[in-house]
Design a protein around this ligand. Structure first.
Ligand code: KG4
Ligand code: ZN
Length: 351
């Protein structure tokens, strides 16, 4: 199928055209992030106003870059939640109007299911390089973004079990809050990664969260507090060293959970890391080193480009294709746009 994807859950306006869930013909992303960089966060009303202005130009560019017309599109997939309500409404109202005018089926996609589908786009990036290998279930997916830190054991695109979740902040949120303490710009993940490049990650010791507990859950609030005390007690601590040590502590915690999950579920074929934090090179390296050591047959797959790690419409189009393949007509059920939306509420097989 040729699917038009639309994603507007936060500060980005993105439209993509994807063939068969995997081949990206276009993926246009317009972000108002620069506007919010100095404010350490997004102002929802302002983000939605900017999305209204750029929605149609982004749509037109996505179609022209893909060299297709609306007539050739088989279905429209749009993020129905969760996210900022005003922003989600810009995308879903546009999708509903396009579907009505051009008489196309419409698929409401949960934002997280989009991230879970992102390693299929353009074949993903395998660590170590495994040319020609295509993803096979069961897949262990570490989904880490600004809004969630989850560990999924997936048996298909739309079925699986949530085996670990965060008890407090999300991993991306920890990066964002840490960056703000270090006076580094928003979003925090990329700025901490940049600052960490010249730092010593062993300069400061951070605790391993939930150490000794028999759980696959995550917790980042202790790391955040440790960083706060470090900066209080050692105000002259070099920012690169503090950033590198903090980044290392987050990655160590995430990879520790992956390691435990692989031991518990030895049938896993691949480990996928998705969401904004999957862009982090230190995390990728730590995950692939660990897999190579404990289970060499299990490869790590991350999204093929950094644009597929953070929010984008290609992953929504891909998820739309997989939902249609696995659910048939059920994929086109009517849906409500919702700011808060548990994944199981829109995809009962994933809970
Ligand atoms: O998936 P995403 O674009 O949006 C949400 O759905 O939340 O993720 C954004 C999050 C932010 O918290 C950002 O700091 C983090 O992903 N992030 C990173 C990196 N790039 C983005 N975290 C660590 N390292 C990065 N390179
Ligand atoms: Zn996201």
């Amino acid at each position: 199928m040729l699917i038009l994807g639309i994603e507007t859950s936060c500060d980005e306006t993105s439209v993509a055209v994807v063939r068969d869930g995997v081949t990206v013909l276009s993926n246009v992303i317009s972000s108002s992030r620069k506007t919010f960089e100095a404010l350490a966060g997004v102002i929802p009303e302002q983000a939605a106003r900017m999305q209204i202005e750029c929605m149609i130009p982004v749509l037109e560019r996505a179609l022209s870059e893909a060299r297709v017309t609306m007539k050739e599109i088989d279905a429209i997939a749009v993020t129905r939640g969760p996210g900022l309500l005003g922003s989600l409404l810009v995308g879903t109202v546009t999708a509903r109007a396009l579907a009505a005018i051009h008489r196309k089926p419409l698929i409401g996609v949960h934002h997280t299911l989009g991230h879970l589908s992102s390693p299929w786009l353009d074949g993903g990036l395998t660590l170590p390089p495994s040319p020609g290998r295509i993803p096979a279930f069961p897949v262990l997916t570490l989904s880490v973004s600004g809004g969630h830190s989850d560990l999924w054991l997936r048996t298909s695109h739309v079925t699986g079990e949530l085996i670990g979740r965060t008890r407090d902040d999300a991993a991306g949120e920890a990066f964002d809050k840490g960056a703000s303490m270090l006076a580094l710009p928003y979003p925090g993940g990329p700025s901490i990664e940049r600052a960490a490049r010249t730092g010593n990650e062993r300069a400061y010791d951070f605790p391993l969260p939930l150490h000794g507990e028999d759980t696959l859950d995550f917790s980042f609030s202790g790391l955040k507090t440790s960083l706060k005390y470090l900066l209080r007690d050692q105000p002259d601590a070099p920012v690169p060293d503090a950033a590198a040590s903090f980044q290392y502590a987050i990655c160590r915690h995430l990879v520790h959970r992956l390691q435990k999950a692989i031991h518990r579920h030895p049938g896993v074929q691949e480990v996928h890391i998705v969401g904004g934090v999957s862009a982090n090179a230190r995390l990728r390296q730590a995950a692939s080193d660990t897999c190579a050591e404990i289970s060499p047959a299990t490869i790590v797959r991350v999204p093929a480009t950094l644009a597929y790690c953070t929010d984008n419409a290609a992953m929504i189009a891909s998820a739309g294709e997989f939902i249609a393949r696995e659910l048939g007509d059920g994929a086109y059920a009517t849906f409500a746009t919702a700011a808060s939306l548990p994944l199981a509420a829109s995809m009962p097989g994933l809970n």
